[in-house]
Design a protein around this ligand. Structure first.
Ligand code: ADP
Ligand code: MG
Length: 367
């Protein structure tokens, strides 16, 4: 007898501002099953608006609401396309788990802001929406991030081998899965965000495909050392970060007035990402046997080979080796978090975020 599917859709728009990822997940079986996924690019004007909202600007409350509405429209389009591709109707979906677009992340001040009008998304889709996942953890004294480690444990934690999952989005975060079942995790610092900025500035492209341009450059040791002096890297977890810290001015401050070949700066930024991830793994997970990459940075072959070079004791691969396409891990995680919320199960790991305890994460906009 075939089971009735229990479908959720996870939506992710990350700090890279590249697009919305949508994942259809069935939770009816013993293990969740990723049934379909797709990605829609962020239209240029919306991307520019969201970039502007990353820092203070005049009339930002009004602009944030307009961007929220535009995001909801894009999310609804992603959901509609996923339904068509999967030959499903809105009534087949229990809920959408919507991460939203982070524009401010200030847990030390007690808040984190993810835009995306969830009421509008529920109206447009006719599907219940679960969103605002991070606020409850922040209210409980946590960082509100990263939230993916609990999910990594749930779907990748069965191997019995100590390993690391490294999610390389705009910001990079790692999850350490110990052999005894213990889970830790934190944001290591920049993933693609600085490389993407430099790429746009000097090549007019959104990212460095495969890290090919970076691979042609020479490491600038002084620049790398200057950037590594950023206090965030030495902070002990729990910790999380975003464009609030790693932005264009941060990079400019370290570049100073020295004349440098752009390709060498790209090489150094690629190394910065690889070094800070590798350092975090060497310090916090020396026992790990394998490192599984996910997020868009998993496609950066130069980054992967640098990571492998600095982690000779670990095999560096992508989550494809564990049966999950690295592009969909995060959207999958937000479908999982929605399913947890719907069933009133906690979504956070206090050992990761620093919250006072486990909490059911998310708010519900019924269908
Ligand atoms: N083929 C590729 N080569 C190198 N980098 C890539 C490639 N594809 C995607 N990326 C990087 O991944 C980023 C998107 O990753 P993603 O996981 O969606 O991050 P976020 O969660 O921050 O949106 C892009 O901005 C780009 O920097
Ligand atoms: Mg993305």
């Amino acid at each position: 007898m075939t089971q009735t599917p229990e479908y959720y859709i996870g939506l992710m728009t990350g700090t890279s501002l590249d697009g919305v990822d949508a994942a259809l997940v069935d939770f009816a079986g013993e293990k969740p099953h990723l049934a379909a996924a797709l990605s829609l690019p962020l239209p240029g004007p919306l991307r520019a608006q969201l970039m502007q909202l990353q820092s203070q600007s005049p009339d930002e409350l009004h602009l944030a609401q307009l961007a929220s509405n535009a995001l909801a429209d894009l999310y609804a389009e992603a959901v509609a396309r996923l339904l068509v591709e999967s030959d499903l109707a809105a009534g087949n979906i229990r809920a959408i788990g919507n991460h939203g677009q982070t524009v401010r992340h200030r847990p030390e001040l007690g808040y984190t802001v993810q835009l995306g009008n969830n009421a509008r998304l529920a109206e447009l889709t006719g599907i219940a929406v679960i969103g605002d996942f991070r606020s409850r953890d922040v209210a409980a004294g946590g960082q509100g991030a990263p939230l993916v480690p609990a999910f990594h444990q749930a779907i990748f934690g069965h191997t019995g081998e100590p390993c690391v999952v490294a999610n390389i989005g705009g910001i990079a975060n790692i999850t350490i899965l110990a052999a005894d079942g213990e889970v830790t995790g934190f944001d290591t610092g920049p993933g693609n965000v600085l490389m993407d900025l430099w790429m746009l500035q000097h090549k007019g492209e959104h990212y460095d495909t495969g890290g090919a341009w970076a691979a042609q450059g020479h490491l600038q040791a002084d620049l790398l050392q200057a950037m590594l002096s950023e206090p965030y890297f030495a902070l002990l977890p729990p910790k999380s970060t975003g464009r609030d810290l790693f932005h264009g001015e941060w990079l400019q401050k370290h570049l100073g007035n020295a004349r440098r070949e752009p390709v060498n700066v790209q090489a150094t930024l690629n190394t910065l990402t690889a070094r800070t991830i590798a350092d975090a793994i060497r310090l916090h997970a020396p026992q790990a046997r394998a490192v599984y990459l996910c997020g868009g940075g998993a496609h950066n072959a130069h980054l992967q080979s640098q990571l492998q070079q600095w982690l000779p004791g670990q095999q560096v691969m992508t989550t494809a080796a564990l049966g999950v396409d690295p592009d969909w891990v995060e959207a999958y995680a937000f479908a999982w978090l929605a399913w947890r919320c719907e069933h009133r199960m906690p979504g956070n790991l206090p050992g990761v975020t620093g919250a006072h305890g486990t909490r059911v994460l998310g708010a519900i906009w019924p269908a």
